[in-house]
Write a protein that binds this ligand. Structure first.
Ligand code: SF4
Length: 340
């Protein structure tokens, strides 16, 4: 759960129920600085003259605001639209794609006008009828650590539970899922857990939930009847990687309920990086031990036009073979979406 050091309330955010609730939760907490903005200039209230400090201070900042432009971004290929409930994340994963996406604004922002957001989602659903419209709730955030303050996922899950022609999905590295367990989701929300070996999590995924806590949360979500998926990423090749990923998959297969209503999905992504990301990572984490040596990688043009450094062909083949075989042998009711 996110424990912010400062909370910045944007103009008008206290007109909404969520804004008022967050304010009353923290108003008497001496460890949290409360800032009420009269303009929407958030950045000047976050200390730091360089990216290193701005990043760390930004990550401890919660901004409570409203979503003004209600034109949703598209979200291909996994969904039709992003559902903009939250942006940013309290985590400090060294390889997080938000490092380059959110630049010098790494703060967590929650949108209080959830009803407007869901009304807009309804319009997009109606436009595409009778087709099903899929919304992604974690395209620019991890929405789970702020859920105890916002209840945004709860509202979204209940909204999509009633919609025959829409589906919702999000992914998390956290375990604050208790408030989602008894909702009427009707199988319309897929909860994915981003998971990795303890070695990778402990070394690179700072301020996230541990491997065991994520597994425990995934089991509870599966037992509540939600479709569940695992995003195993990024895959690193290191001396005991096969043993460690085998142990992880074995534990998942043993703990998941045997009577799953929906196949458990797998998305497996090997580590890759762009030069822009590498430069930014090294500014924010100068001591990073992430393996980012171009001589050991193959340069590949991505579908969005920029190049990235991926593992050599032979290593990718080894990863694909290993995960295909393991998942095939360990899980009965499963669907592998991709291994790349
Ligand atoms: S938990 Fe996810 S969104 Fe948050 S910093 Fe880590 S990778 Fe980024």
């Amino acid at each position: 759960m996110f424990r912010p050091k400062r909370i910045i309330f944007e103009k008008d955010s206290l007109d909404y129920e969520m804004g008022k609730n967050i304010f009353s939760m923290f108003k008497d907490n001496d460890n949290v600085e409360i800032i009420n903005l009269t303009s929407n200039r958030v950045k000047q209230h976050i200390p730091g003259n360089d990216l290193f400090i701005q990043y760390r201070e930004g990550k401890k900042t919660l901004v409570v605001g409203t979503k003004k432009t209600l034109k949703f971004q598209t979200c291909k290929p996994s969904a039709h639209y992003q559902l903009p409930l939250v942006s940013g994340c309290m985590g400090q994963c060294e390889y997080c794609y938000l490092n380059t996406q959110l630049g010098d604004k790494p703060f967590v922002k929650v949108h209080t006008n959830i009803d407007d957001i869901l009304n807009q989602a309804q319009k997009y659903i109606n436009e595409r009828l009778p087709d099903i419209t899929i919304f992604e709730g974690a395209a620019t955030s991890d929405p789970i650590p702020v859920e105890p303050y916002t209840n945004s996922l709860k509202k979204a899950i209940e909204f999509f539970g009633k919609e025959t022609n829409a589906r919702f999905r999000f992914v998390t590295k956290y375990n604050d899922i208790e408030s989602l367990l008894n909702l009427e989701h009707n199988g319309h929300t897929e909860v994915r857990f981003s998971i990795n070996t303890s070695l990778v999590i402990d070394k690179y995924e700072h301020f996230t939930a541990s491997r065991d806590k994520r597994i425990e949360a995934a089991i509870k979500v599966a037992e509540s009847g939600y479709p569940v998926g695992f995003l195993i990423a990024p895959i690193f090749i290191y001396p005991s990687f096969k043993e460690d990923y085998h142990d992880l998959l074995l534990e998942l297969s043993e703990k998941l309920p045997s009577n799953l209503k929906f196949p458990v999905t797998f998305e497996v992504i090997s580590h890759r990086y762009t030069m822009v990301a590498k430069n930014r990572i090294l500014q924010v984490f100068p001591e990073s031990e992430l393996p980012m040596n171009e001589e050991e990688r193959k340069f590949k043009y991505g579908q969005f036009g920029y190049g990235k450094y991926v593992y050599e062909k032979e290593s990718i083949r080894e990863i694909k073979e290993f995960f295909s075989k393991e998942i095939e042998e360990l899980f009965k009711n499963k669907k592998v979406l991709y291994i790349i």
